[in-house]
Design a protein around this ligand. Structure first.
Ligand code: GNR
Ligand code: NI
Length: 195
């Protein structure tokens, strides 16, 4: 009978997690907030944990494999990373005040992109393996070793905390071409190709 039918609203009401989710705006270059050195977090409190949760949801929505606080306008030393592929179990890393304590001598090139440099991709060479110490969302000190895409993503996110973008690792010519393209897109109201 008709009374048994659920409206689409019921499905939304059954998911309070989705309703509580906060998607943050991602800053696109050029923007002075992407060039600033971020300040250390003094105490990991509930607001820090909430910010990292919102950053993760924003990152998954984008989608991306990492996000740094300055990309959402917060100039603090906070990053989130998850390099698990779509369909795999999520492996979120929430890192406060991350520090690289060891890098391998071996370096590897990897194609990088950035949510703050939409649709731009270039090869960047970085150490292949790293050890990173940080404080997690429960204020517990952690240390991990990373390689492959995880090592690339952590180094890319940590660069953001220094006001450094992946284009700062490529030739001036390539960087200027990308930055001029993004400046033009902002000026023209970010119109999509073909629009
Ligand atoms: O989603 C992202 N993908 C990516 C791919 C290769 C190297 C680094 C990255 S990070 C990027 C998301 C982002 O801009 N984080 O700051
Ligand atoms: Ni980035």
């Amino acid at each position: 009978m008709a009374g048994d039918r659920r409206s689409p609203i019921d499905a939304i009401a059954d998911r309070p997690y989705v309703l509580a989710m906060a998607l943050l705006d991602i800053i696109v270059a050029p923007d002075p907030r992407l060039k600033r050195k971020c300040t250390p977090v003094t105490t990991v409190d509930a607001a820090t944990a909430r910010l990292m949760k919102d950053m993760l949801e924003t990152m998954y929505d984008a989608p991306g494999v990492g996000l740094a606080a300055p990309q959402v306008g917060v100039l603090k030393r906070i990053i989130v990373v998850d390099t698990a592929r779509e369909g795999e179990t999520r492996r979120p890393l929430k890192m406060v005040n991350p520090e690289i304590v060891w890098t391998s001598d071996e370096q590897k090139p990897h194609e990088e992109g950035c949510l703050s440099l939409p649709d731009e991709y270039e090869m960047v060479t970085r150490p292949d393996r790293i050890r990173v110490k940080y404080v997690d969302e429960t204020n517990t000190p952690q240390e991990i070793e990373a390689d492959g895409l995880l090592a690339v993503a952590i180094q890319h996110e940590m660069d953001h905390l220094e006001g450094v973008l992946f284009v700062d690792h490529i030739s001036t010519l390539k960087r200027n071409i990308i930055l001029r393209r993004l400046t033009k897109q902002k000026k023209h109201g970010n119109r999509a190709v073909g629009e």
